[in-house]
Design a protein around this ligand. Sequence first.
Ligand SMILES: Nc1ncnc2c1ncn2[C@@H]1O[C@H](COP(=O)(O)OP(=O)(O)OP(=O)(O)O)[C@@H](O)[C@H]1O
Ligand SMILES: [Mg+2]
Length: 292
Amino acid sequence: MSAPRPAGAGRPPWGSSKVAKPHLLDSDVVLQTHDLVKRFGGIVATDKVSLTIHRGARHALIGPNGAGKTTLINQLTGVMPPSEGRVVLGGRDITALAPHRRVALGLVRTFQINQLFASLTPLQSLALAVAGRQGRAHRWWSPMGRDAQIAAECEQLLAQFRLSDFADRRTAELPYGKRRLLEIALAVAQKPSVLLLDEPAAGVPGAERADILATVAALPDEVAVVLIEHDMDLVFSFARTMTVLVNGSVLTEGTPEQIAADPKVRAVYLGDSMAGMRGGSEDVPSPVARHG
Ligand SMILES: Nc1ncnc2c1ncn2[C@@H]1O[C@H](COP(=O)(O)OP(=O)(O)OP(=O)(O)O)[C@@H](O)[C@H]1O
Ligand SMILES: [Mg+2]
C-alpha cells in the first residue's frame, strides 16, 4: 500500500508545514482521513477533509451546528460510506471495511444504551462487552461468574468510570450521567486505540458534564480520543489539538491556544463568547446553541 499522504493536503493546518505536528513521528499516527467527501444530494456535508489523529491524542472536533462533525464520525466508524476519499487506521486502508471489523481493529465509538443493556446491571453489561471482545459472548454469563480475569477487568472499569456504587443496579434506573459514563465504559471495554465520542455529555446536567470529560481525559495514553463537544469550557479543558469544521471543510487546526486566538475561528463563533474561553471566565455562554 502506498504511504499515507500528509494530513491537510489541500489546506495545511500549520501554515506551510506538510506534517501535522513536526515534533511527532509518523509512527505516532493512528488514524487519518484523506480528502474525505460526503455528499447528500446537493449538500456537501464533508468537503475534502484530511485529518490526522495521533497516538494518545485528545483531539476535539468543533464547529457550528450542521458543520459535518457527526457525518465525519459516521464515515470513520463505517456506518456511512464516503463519496470520495480514504480512511486509514494504523496504516491500513479501512474505507470499505464493515463497522464491526473496524471495532475489532480498535476504532470504537460509544453506542447508546439499548434495551438489552438497560435491563442489565452495569456489571453485567460490562461483562458481556469484555466477553464479547474476547469472542466469548455466547457464554458470557458463566464466564462472568467464574472467570477471574473478566471479573477483575469489570471491577477496574467500574472504578475508572465511577460506577462501582452502581454496579448492581438496573441500568434503566441509573442517573442519566451514570448511563452516559457506562456508554463510554462499554466502548473502552473494546480496548480501542481510537475512541470516538460524539457529544458524550449531551443532556447531562452541569457539574456531571465536567466529570464525564475529566474521566475521558484521564484515559491511558494508548487511547486516542476524538471528541465532538459544543461546550467550549469542556472542550478547552480537554483538548490538546482542535480541528474546526465549517460547512463540511476544515477551517483550521491547532492547539487550544492557537484556536482561541484565531480570528477566523472567532468570526465563526461570534468573537465575544470565544474570548472568555481562554481566560476560563465563568458564565460564558456556549458559542453555539445546543439541542439536547
Ligand atoms: N443522512 C443525511 N441525509 C441528508 N443530509 C444529511 C444527513 N446527515 C447529515 N446531513 C446534513 O449534513 C450536514 C452536516 O450534518 P451533521 O449532522 O454532520 O452536522 P454536525 O456538525 O454534527 O451538527 P450538530 O452540531 O448539530 O450535531 C447538515 O447539513 C445535515 O443536514
Ligand atoms: Mg452532530
